[in-house]
Design a protein around this ligand. Structure first.
Ligand code: GLU
Length: 477
C-alpha cells in the first residue's frame, strides 16, 4: 500500500457530533495502524455558517478524546489545523486552470432565473438541475462578462457516461453523469464551495484515503469528476455507515444527546466513549467489546467496517462507562469523584469523601450519577424504599433485627466499620438469623434498596445518629 495520509476535515458548526468523533477516530486509528499521517483541516469557507468559538471547542474536544495530529502549523506544542479560509489564493489559482482548459465556465444566471427554472422542472416532474444556459456562452464573451458581472463558476460535467466510486466499504457504486449537476465550484462571493476546496486540498495535501460519513457518498462522483477535470489521481474512498437512533432513524438530537461535549459534561470517561464510538460501524474478528486505544489501533482495519447503519445504544455506553469507572486506578477514581462531589457541594473531609466514593463505586455508570447516588448520605430520612426493600422491611424477623441492633448500638460511643462488624456478629448470635435474611433487611433499612452501596462504608459515613434514625424509621414502617 502506498504511504497513508488521511485527514479529518470538519466544518466548524459549533459542536462535535458523535458521528464526527467517529470519523476522526477511524482516521486516527487507520493512520496509526499504517504508520501514516493524520492531518486536521478546518473546512470553513462558508462565511454564512461561521460560529464563534467553534474551532476552539473542536480542538479541546479532540484533545479530550486523545486524538492528535501529525502535521500542520504548530500551536501550543501540538500540530494545529490547516484552515481553508486562509487558502483562497490557492483555490483562485486552481480555478484559473479549469477555466483555461475549458473544464469550468462562469454562470451569470440570477437567483430569480434559477428559482424559476427549478419551479418549472419540479412542475414538469423532472430532476432539478442547472439547465446549462451559460455553458453555451462563447469563451471570449464569457471572459469579458466576468470582469463586470456577478457570477459563479461551474464544472462542465460530461453529458453522458457514468462515474464509478470504488468504495472500500461498499464496493463499486455507479452514478449517471447526466443526473449530476454542473456543480458550483466558486461562489459569487469568490470563495470556493465545499466540493472544490475539498478536492483541491485533498490533492495538494496528498491524501491517500478519504474516510468520511456515508452522507458524503452522493458528493463523491462530483469529486471524482473534478479530479478527472484536473487530470489528478483519485484517492481511495471509505464511507462510514450512518449512525442511527434505536428506532433506526438517523441519529438526531431529538432522541438524545448527539454532541460529544454533552457526554464529556456528564462525566463520561474519554477512554470509554472512544471505545464505544469505535464499535459504531466496526468490530474486531472476535467481537470483543473492551479495547484500550492501543488495542484498537492494533485491531482496526477498514475491511471490517460495516455497511449497515450502526445503532447508538446509550444503555451500552452506560454499561461500558461503568466498566471503565470500576477499572480506574483507585487514586484516579477518588480524584475525579472528589471533583464531582465538590461541584455538587457535597465534599467533606477527605476520609468521608473516600468512604462515600468507595461505597457507591459499583453503582456508578457515569460521574454525573454521583448526585443521585449520594443523596442517601445527605438526607435525614429514607425518602422512598424500593418495593423489594419494603417487602423485607415488613417481615417480623426484620423488625426484631432492627430492635436488637438499636439496643446493641447503645454500647458503643461511635460507629465505624469495626463496630458495625462486631454489632452484626452479636445480632446474629442473639437472633439466630444469618446470611441473606440478616443482611437484606439491614441493607433495606439503611439504604432503602436491596442492592447498592457497600454497607459497612455507608454506616461509617452516616454515623451513629442517622443509622439509629433510619433503623427506627424501618421499625415503624
Ligand atoms: N467538511 C465536511 C464535513 O463537515 C468534510 C467531509 C469530508 O470529509 O470530505 O464533514
Amino acid at each position: 500500500m502506498k504511504t497513508v495520509r488521511v485527514r479529518f476535515a470538519p466544518s466548524p458548526t459549533g459542536f462535535v457530533h458523535l458521528g464526527s468523533l467517529r470519523t476522526a477516530l477511524y482516521n486516527y486509528l487507520f493512520a496509526r495502524k499504517n504508520n501514516g499521517t493524520l492531518i486536521l483541516r478546518i473546512e470553513d469557507t462558508d462565511q454564512n455558517r461561521y460560529v464563534e468559538g467553534a474551532v476552539d471547542n473542536l480542538l479541546s474536544t479532540l484533545d479530550w478524546a486523545g486524538i492528535s495530529f501529525d502535521e500542520g502549523p504548530v500551536t501550543g506544542g501540538n500540530y494545529g489545523p490547516y484552515f481553508q479560509s486562509e487558502r483562497n489564493p490557492v483555490y483562485r489559482e486552481k480555478i484559473g486552470h479549469l477555466l483555461e482548459n475549458g473544464q469550468a465556465y462562469p454562470c451569470f444566471c440570477s437567483a430569480e432565473r434559477l428559482d424559476k427554472m427549478r419551479n418549472e422542472q419540479q412542475q414538469a416532474g423532472q430532476d432539478v438541475r442547472y439547465d446549462g444556459l451559460c455553458r453555451r456562452i462563447p469563451a471570449a464573451e464569457a471572459r469579458q462578462r466576468m470582469l463586470s458581472e456577478t457570477h459563479v463558476i461551474r464544472l462542465k460535467v460530461p453529458e453522458t457516461g457514468q462515474t464509478v466510486v470504488h468504495d472500500l466499504v461498499r464496493g463499486a457504486v455507479s452514478f449517471q453523469n447526466n443526473l449530476t449537476d454542473d456543480q458550483i465550484l466558486i461562489k459569487s462571493d469568490g470563495y470556493p464551495t465545499y466540493h472544490f476546496a475539498n478536492v483541491v486540498d485533498d490533492h495538494l495535501m496528498q491524501i491517500s484515503h478519504v474516510i468520511r460519513g456515508e452522507e458524503w457518498l452522493p458528493s463523491t462522483p462530483k469529486h471524482i469528476l473534478l479530479y478527472q477535470a484536473f487530470g489528478w489521481e483519485v484517492p481511495q474512498f471509505a464511507h462510514l455507515p450512518l449512525l442511527l437512533n434505536p428506532d433506526k432513524t438517523k441519529l438526531s438530537k431529538r432522541q438524545g444527546d448527539v454532541a460529544v461535549e454533552d457526554y464529556k459534561n456528564k462525566g463520561y470517561l474519554p477512554q470509554a466513549l472512544v471505545n464505544f464510538v469505535a464499535l459504531l460501524g466496526w468490530h474486531s474478528d472476535d467481537d470483543r467489546e473492551i479495547f484500550t486505544k492501543d488495542e484498537l489501533i492494533e485491531a482496526f482495519s477498514l475491511e471490517r467496517v460495516t455497511k449497515a447503519g450502526a445503532v447508538f445504544d446509550v444503555q451500552k455506553l452506560n454499561w461500558m462507562n461503568g466498566q471503565y469507572i470500576r477499572n480506574l486506578p483507585e487514586e484516579d477514581y477518588l480524584e475525579q469523584g472528589g471533583a464531582e462531589l465538590r461541584r455538587l457541594n457535597r465534599s467533606g473531609e477527605a476520609e468521608t469523601n473516600r468512604l462515600i466514593l468507595l461505597a457507591i463505586r459499583n453503582q456508578l455508570e457515569k460521574f454525573s450519577d454521583l448526585s443521585e447516588k449520594t443523596d442517601l448520605f445527605f438526607s435525614e430520612k429514607i425518602g422512598k424504599y424500593a418495593p423489594e426493600a419494603e417487602e423485607w422491611l415488613r417481615k417480623q424477623e426484620s423488625k426484631q433485627i432492627f430492635r436488637v441492633m438499636l439496643t446493641g448500638l447503645e454500647k458503643y460511643p461511635k460507629l465505624d466499620i469495626d463496630v458495625f462488624r462486631d454489632l452484626m456478629k452479636d445480632v446474629q448470635k442473639e437472633t439466630g438469623i444469618k446470611g441473606k435474611d440478616l443482611w437484606m433487611p439491614v441493607r433495606a433499612a439503611i439504604t432503602g434498596l436491596t442492592e447498592g452501596p457497600e454497607l459497612p462504608a455507608v454506616l461509617a459515613v452516616l454515623g451513629m445518629q442517622k443509622v439509629k434514625s433510619f433503623l427506627k424509621q424501618a421499625v415503624e414502617l
